[in-house]
Design a protein around this ligand. Structure first.
Ligand code: NAP
Length: 290
C-alpha cells in the first residue's frame, strides 16, 4: 500500500481527498491546525517551517506527497505578498528539499491572465495577481525539482461542508437561505469544480501514474452569475435575491482573470470525465439532507 503524505488535509479539497483516500492508501494528514477523526494519522506540520517539514517526512517516509496546502485567499495574497510567497513558494520548496519521491501539486487557472480562457496545458502562463504569481513560482520549483511530478491545475473549487468558508456554493446557499441579497459578477468565466470530482480524478491519476501538467475542471464553462442561479435552482432558493455586477465594481485588492477556466480536452482524451454541474450540486444537496 502506498504511503501518501497529504498537506492541507483540513482544507476544502483536503477534506474530500481524505475521505476518498482512507482505506486505499496509508495516509498521513498534516496541517497547521489539524482535526482528529480517530481513524487517520495526523501530524502537525507548518510547511513554512523547514525543520518541521524535514522531521515529518523523515518519520513517515512517504512514497507520494500530495501537496494541497496553500494560502488561497486571493486578496490576502495581494495585501501580504511576503506571506503568500512564504506559504506557497517557500512551503513547496521546503517539501521538495527533503523528499525525492513522487510529488503531486495542485495549481490553478490563476497562473493565466484571463484574456483568452479556457486555457489548455500548453498555454503560456502570465499571472496578473500575487496568488497566481506565487502558484506559478511553486509550479516551476516542482518542475525543476528532479522528482517525478504531477501538476494538476483546477479552478473555482466548491463544496458545502462546515470547514469550507471559501466555497462559493456555501456563500450563495447560506446567503439566500437567510434572505440576504447578493451581488454576483457576470464577467468572470470558469468551469467550477466539485471537490469530490477532483478528489476522484486525483486518485485515478495517481493510480495510473500520470505525470506532467494536467487540467481538471467541471464540465460547464460559465460565468459566476450563471453558477449562482444554478445553485439557487438546485437548492430551491429565491434567485431574485441575486443581482448582477461587474468585477470592476467590487474594488477588490487583487485583479481577477476574467476569461479564465481550463480546457478539459486532454484529460477527457485520457479517459477521465469532468462532472456535470447540475449533477454535482444535486449530490451536495442530497448529502446535506442525509
Ligand atoms: N479553492 C479554489 O477555488 C482553488 C482553485 C484552484 C486551485 N486551488 C488549489 O487547491 C489547493 C487546495 O485548495 P483549498 O480550496 O482546499 O484551500 P483551503 O480550503 O484554503 O485549504 C488550504 C489548506 O492549507 C493549509 N495551510 C495554509 N497554510 C499552511 C502552512 N503554512 N502550513 C501547513 N498548512 C497550511 C490550511 O490549513 P489551516 O486551515 O490550518 O490554515 C488548509 O488546510 C490549493 O493548493 C489551492 O491553491 C484551489
Amino acid at each position: 500500500m502506498n504511503r501518501i503524505l497529504i498537506t492541507g488535509a483540513s482544507g476544502q479539497l483536503g477534506s474530500a481527498v481524505t475521505k476518498l483516500f482512507i482505506g486505499s492508501y496509508d495516509i498521513l494528514l498534516t496541517d497547521f491546525v489539524f482535526p482528529k477523526d480517530g481513524k487517520s494519522r495526523f501530524e502537525k506540520m507548518d510547511i513554512t517551517d523547514e525543520n518541521s517539514v524535514r522531521k515529518t517526512i523523515k518519520k513517515f517516509q512517504p512514497d507520494i506527497i500530495l501537496h494541497l496546502a496553500a494560502m488561497t485567499d486571493v486578496d490576502g495574497c495581494e495585501l501580504n505578498p511576503q506571506k503568500a510567497n512564504d506559504v506557497n513558494v517557500r512551503g513547496t520548496k521546503n517539501l521538495l528539499e527533503h523528499f525525492d519521491g513522487k510529488f503531486v501539486f495542485i495549481s490553478t487557472d490563476y497562473v493565466f491572465d484571463g484574456n483568452s480562457g479556457p486555457y489548455s496545458e500548453a498555454d503560456t502562463p502570465s499571472p496578473i495577481n500575487e496568488y497566481g504569481r506565487s502558484k506559478l513560482l511553486a509550479e516551476n520549483i516542482v518542475m525543476d525539482s528532479g522528482n517525478p511530478w504531477l501538476i494538476v491545475r483546477t479552478n473555482v473549487v466548491y463544496d458545502y461542508t462546515e470547514n469550507t468558508q471559501a466555497s462559493f456554493v456555501k456563500w450563495v446557499v447560506d446567503s439566500l437561505r437567510n434572505d440576504i441579497p447578493i451581488l454576483v459578477v457576470n464577467d468572470q468565466w470558469n468551469n467550477p469544480t466539485w471537490t469530490v470530482a477532483l478528489a476522484s480524478a486525483l486518485i485515478e491519476m495517481i493510480e495510473k501514474d500520470f505525470l506532467g501538467v494536467w487540467n481538471y475542471g467541471g464540465a460547464e464553462y460559465i460565468h459566476r452569475l450563471e453558477f449562482a442561479k444554478e445553485i439557487a435552482k438546485v437548492f430551491e432558493l429565491n434567485k431574485a435575491l441575486i443581482s448582477p455586477c461587474r468585477t470592476q465594481e467590487l474594488n477588490q485588492p487583487a485583479p481577477r482573470p476574467l476569461k479564465g477556466g481550463l480546457s478539459t480536452k486532454k484529460i477527457k482524451h485520457a479517459g477521465i470525465e469532468p462532472y456535470l454541474l447540475r449533477k454535482s450540486l444535486e449530490e451536495i444537496r442530497k448529502k446535506m439532507t442525509l
